[in-house]
Design a protein around this ligand. Structure first.
Ligand code: ATP
Length: 224
């Protein structure tokens, strides 16, 4: 029997995760809590479409995410984008998740993104189709505003039309709404971590020890 709206929504969290860090983990944890999600499915990008090639392989980024989320029963991983070995775009990824053997048409899906990624949404491939496939939950991130006055005009108007102040709305339909959520503000970025590694500084307490151990064992970021 197909899923019906009213089920707890499933969070979808895509990213490059080069490497995964505590900003990502808190975002997923706090989204699961404040949006009452059934869980969060992490989807590491194979080849990210909108940015320079990551320094480590897709399989190594996937392995780091696996290590980081291993102890959390609410978190699962989807390796399909990594295995596909082609550029990853969010709309085709969501279309794949909507197939009957995956989440189906009715399960509420909530794409989790940081405020920086949200502001760049109009640059995404077929970005308007995203709202036929999922809701969007935007997390605050230090240095980035979610104020519609600061967004590109086409996104500001979409935001005004689709915004809901109540996370409970997410369970009422499969897709189409935008909510925001507060999270512990962590000025941690993968860029910053790679910068520390490049100059031989310690990244400790910015990402899980298990991920740091993996980076060291595999000599992933050669300068470290
Ligand atoms: P980079 O510095 O290489 O751009 P990143 O740290 O932003 O990487 P991504 O893998 O690009 O990490 O991010 C995946 C998602 O996580 C994006 O939606 C991004 O906005 C969000 N995100 C990453 N770090 C944070 C953070 N510290 N606080 C809130 N959101 C974050």
């Amino acid at each position: 029997m197909p899923d019906r709206p009213g089920k707890r929504p499933l969070g979808i969290f895509g990213g490059t995760f080069d490497p995964v860090h505590f900003g990502h983990l808190r975002l997923a944890e706090e989204a699961a809590d404040s949006l009452e999600l059934a869980g969060v499915r992490w989807i590491p990008a194979g080849r990210p479409a909108l940015r320079a090639s990551p320094q480590v392989t897709a399989r190594q980024r996937l392995a780091m995410v696996r290590l980081a989320i291993a102890d959390n029963p609410l978190f699962t991983i989807d390796a399909a984008e990594v295995e596909a070995d082609r550029p990853s775009y969010t709309v085709p990824t969501l279309e794949r998740l909507r197939q009957v053997d995956q989440c189906g048409r009715q399960q509420p899906l909530v794409l989790l993104i940081g405020a920086d990624a949200f502001a760049g949404l109009p640059g995404w491939h077929r970005w308007r189709s995203l709202f036929d496939l999922a809701h969007l939950a935007v997390a605050q991130r230090p240095g980035f505003s979610i104020d519609s006055a600061c967004l590109p005009a086409e996104l500001a108007s979409c935001y005004r039309d689709r915004f809901s102040a109540s996370p409970a709305t997410l369970a009422e339909s499969p897709a189409g709404r935008i909510v925001t959520f507060t999270m512990t503000q962590l000025a941690i970025s993968a860029t910053g971590i790679r910068g520390l590694l490049a100059k031989g500084s310690s990244p400790r307490y910015l990402l899980p020890d298990k991920v740091i151990a993996y980076i060291l064992t595999k000599h992933l970021y050669p300068e470290y």
